[in-house]
Design a protein around this ligand. Structure first.
Ligand code: FAD
Length: 557
């Protein structure tokens, strides 16, 4: 049994109760996962608790780009663009299957945000700050070349384009890859464990009272240092700790829509203007294209963030303005996701004007919190936190080495090796009528660990349809290696199927629910609970309510 096997949960909970940790990380998003890996690899005894599933907060709801953030140049956030721009290549090297090169096309249109000279200069500075070299350097295109790259653009208003390099990832998979690698370095991560209260010793935070949401029990976790990496919930925990003073979070909601690729067949990723002065991405991925994002102030429940009808209308209007032959309709939307940016409030600034820099809050009673930042910059955020923890609590200096720690599954020398491996997998699965797109899917998600999925797949093919066999093989792998506890963990975070292949969820959900029930010996009430939670997730992704008229809903799939 692997350390991260779903069957090993009882042992993990026992260890959380019995050991004293150097560092307890609260929050299993990309920030917490990055901190756990960094701290464990620098010799600290680390535990990480996550109240739902790993990456169930913002870290499964981003645009899934590892990017420098071109638009932050306009806000003159130079240090942020430099750091995240440089990090792109580092994170690509650590997981070349999961952080893949993605060329971006920025069309220049009449009356658009940027003119030709400003774009040319901006992209040049962007490349320079990130140290981009060779073929990856930006190229300015004339109208014809831009149309060749993306024929769906409006020839009437198009003036040309900028063409530059970014990376695309899967945020939830990047988070779980960090969790798995942290565990390899001795960290103890556990999902479905919530920090409820802080434990004080001589007025200092030295642990938490935790609640195991699966075993339904309360216990104490002792730790010399506690870091809250709870993203949008950082202020909730600062409030519990009575240290919510000074700077606060400003939450901004961002929505993405998913449409079938054939309804919006962009040849490549495009970063395009919206009439209100913002810009959004259209990104092709396998069978679908996803589009986003919005950026609106958010005051609702942090635990229930939903795509609303207004968000859908905003995004499809933007697509139809820029790609006039497409004319998307609400019914074309297959799936969607909505997430919250945990930004740092600045008086007088709207959500889209706020800096994306991270901020560390040190409470007088020693609770350390971190919020803000980007998925792209997670490794540097972790480095800053672990430097602080080592100095403040252990009076030590140990060099960070996460820039050299390959994430589990990412054991490739370079991207060419990833592509070659993809071909090998495609060759192996073609006898089962699976296509290149499936090989790409398997390698993107599991990297070298696709090898652990394939034998099970072949076994299941004897008794199931090929599509079902693939889902079941992935499920076996995730039970054994990725602490999957609920059907939603599997369909939303481990495989992204609810976003990128929602039909496959509809087709396999009954079989998957039955397997869960058998594996965890669920009684009928528990089975019904998880079936209802899966239906809720399916509804959240594909049924949109009007903000002011929640009873009026549009079902789209
Ligand atoms: P989260 O992922 O929210 O993690 C916090 C975790 O803490 C949650 O899982 C939560 O359940 C847990 N938690 C809360 N309270 C408790 C408790 N009491 N006990 C235990 N656990 C608890 N960045 C990029 O670099 N590229 C992009 O393309 C990009 N696009 C974005 C698009 C949108 C719409 C949004 C919203 C953000 C985007 N970002 C992007 C930013 C990036 O997604 C976030 O910066 C990042 O995911 C934040 O991660 P986190 O770990 O800090 O927070």
């Amino acid at each position: 049994m692997s350390v991260l096997s779903a069957d090993n949960r009882t042992n993990r909970i026992k260890q959380l109760q019995s050991d004293t940790f150097d560092l307890l990380v609260i929050g299993g998003g990309i920030t917490g996962a990055g901190i756990a890996l960094d701290a464990a690899s620098r010799g600290l005894k680390v535990a990480l608790i996550e109240k739902k599933d790993f990456a169930s907060g913002t870290s499964s709801r981003s645009t899934k780009l590892i990017h420098g953030g071109l638009r932050y140049l306009k806000q003159l956030d130079i240090s942020l663009v430099r750091e995240t721009g440089k990090e792109r290549a580092v994170v690509h090297k650590l997981a070349p299957h999961l952080v893949v090169p993605e060329k971006m096309l920025l069309p220049l249109i009449e009356g658009g945000t940027y003119g030709r000279r400003a774009t040319s200069f901006g992209l040049k500075v962007y490349d320079w700050l990130a140290g981009v070299t060779g073929d990856d350097k930006r190229v300015m295109l004339n109208k014809e070349d831009t149309l060749t790259k993306e024929p769906l653009l409006n020839a009437k208003t198009l003036k040309g384009g900028g063409y530059y390099a970014e990376y695309r990832t899967d945020d939830a998979r990047l988070t779980i890859a960090n969790i798995k690698t942290a565990s390899k370095y001795g960290a103890l991560p556990c999902n479905y464990v919530e920090a409820k209260e802080f434990m004080l010793e001589d007025g200092k935070v030295r642990g938490v009272i935790a609640h195991d949401l699966i075993g339904n029990q309360q216990f104490v976790i002792d730790a010399k240092a506690v870091v809250s990496a709870t993203g949008p919930w950082v202020d909730t925990l600062r409030k519990i700790n009575k240290s919510l003073k000074g700077k606060r979070l400003h939450l901004s909601k961002g929505v993405h829509l998913v449409v079938p690729y054939e309804r919006f067949p962009v040849k490549q990723s495009v970063y395009f203007d919206v009439p209100d002065g913002r810009m959004i991405f259209a990104i092709p991925r396998g069978k679908i294209t996803y589009i986003g994002t919005t950026d609106t102030d958010y005051h609702g429940s942090i635990d229930k963030v939903k795509t609303e009808l207004e968000d859908v209308v905003y995004i499809i209007t933007a697509v139809n303005d820029t790609f006039p032959s497409i004319q998307l309709e609400i019914e074309d939307v297959q799936s969607s996701w909505a997430g919250l940016r945990p930004l740092i409030h600045e008086d007088g600034k709207s959500a889209s004007q706020l800096s994306r820099k991270d901020e560390i809050f040190e409470a007088p009673n020693d609770l350390v919190s971190i919020a803000g930042g980007k998925l792209t910059g997670y490794r540097k955020m972790a480095e800053r936190i672990v430097n602080l923890v080592l100095k403040k609590f252990f009076d030590k200096k140990v060099k960070n080495k996460t820039d050299k720690i390959t994430l589990i599954g990412g054991e490739f020398a370079n991207y060419e090796e990833v592509l070659a491996y993809q071909k090998t997998i495609a060759e192996k699965i073609k006898d089962y009528y699976l296509k290149d797109v499936h090989a790409e899917y398997l390698v993107h998600l599991y990297g070298k660990q696709a090898e652990l999925v394939l034998p099970q797949f072949e076994k299941y093919c004897y008794y199931h349809t090929v599509e079902n066999a693939l889902v079941l093989a992935e499920l076996d792998f995730c039970f054994e290696n990725e602490m999957v506890q609920t059907p939603n963990d599997f369909f939303v975070r481990r495989t992204g199927r609810i976003y990128f292949d929602i039909n496959s969820v509809q087709k396999t959900k009954k079989t998957v629910l039955d397997i869960f029930a058998k594996k965890f010996d669920w009684d009928l009430a528990t089975q019904n609970k998880y079936a209802a939670l899966l239906e809720e997730a399916l509804q959240e992704a594909s049924v949109f309510a009007h903000k002011d008229l929640p009873e009026k809903q549009v079902q789209v799939s």
